[in-house]
Write a protein that binds this ligand. Sequence first.
Ligand SMILES: [Zn+2]
Length: 423
Amino acid sequence: MPTRPPRALFFRDAEQLLTLAGGPLPRRGRALGELGIVAGGGVLIQGGKIVAAGRTRDLAAPARRLKALPVDCRGRVVMPGFVDCHTHLIFAGSRVEDFQARIEGKTYEQIAAAGGGIARSARLLARASKPELKAQALAFLKQFAAHGTTTLEVKSGYGLDIRNEIKILEVVRELVASSPLELVPTLLAAHALPERFRARRAAYLNRVIRRLIPAAARAKLAEFVDCFCDRGAFTLEECRRVLEAGKRYGLAPRIHAEQLTHSGSCRLAARLGASSADHLDKMSGAEIRLLARSNVVAVLVPASNFNLSTRRYAPARRLIEAGAAVALATDFNPGTSPTLNMQFILALACTQMRMTPAEAIAAATVNAAYSLGRAERLGSLEPGKQADLAVMDVDDYRKIPYYFAWNHCVMTVKRGKIIYARE
Ligand SMILES: [Zn+2]
């Protein structure tokens, strides 16, 4: 069914328009805190793209020419839609049992030994059909949109075998066709060692490298390859092999790095020219300087620290001051971070990692888009870019994290179409 191009829209009289325009990419150091704020701002969009962004009064004449539908944004903030660059969207059921066990004092290792953890998600996923996985993911995507997210990266990883990993990525492909949101697929090729391979690590990795990665790449089911480099997951050398194999098939590396233990995975990310190194709670000072000299984006996911009650967060301040490119993400997943609200991530970034509200917003939009190779098209409100934006019911952008754990989003626009409106 051919879809008619959406009508031109004129978002006008915003108390603050956050354009995030200009500047080199990714944003580093002081530039991370520059939001390109226009008081009384407006955005004119047509055909899925931004025609103009600036002062409302300068846009009134072109808006009339385009017969644009006005959207009154008085008392509100208009900003780019959030780009959530680290999620595990596709899973079956939940891990609410693990949540309860953790509250009762069980450790990650004890929960895993009792059949919980990633193994529980893998069992549930193996039993779930594609339509079931799709239905749950679609319900989540509605919520992502309602909270102002317009693009998200989606990792596989709960399959733990070739058939189920491919099943997850095929569900993502179906979601691309049936959800208005933009999904960026990542093959999380090495997430956890399945129990039946306990004594045959090498055999499992060979399957991942020789069969899973080529199969996913040939079917164009993923853009990125990822692995979990940590105690209880995979070693540095194993991750190197997986990520290099992914690279040979055209998948750009991302890596779950330095989360529970210090593994050297941050150095591996720099050496491979990875698109991102994610978590980074246990990174060292030398590694901060190393990332600062690279284009590897440090993707920080403070909701997993919050939810696991770990006191030590990633060193966001030191990363920013050293000049590293920092992005923020939810790490939406059933085990450690079941939130999809990027506004809450901003609050955690501010209160737990001492990022300023402005730095947090740039990290959650333009730098996150950069880490997904989409900064030319997404992450800021500039003429020619895709019309992806969120309208927040606050008159000062700092109130988004200040009034934390609320949902301030009243409208979300993707490719020029209103995909969520509260009223
Ligand atoms: Zn993750």
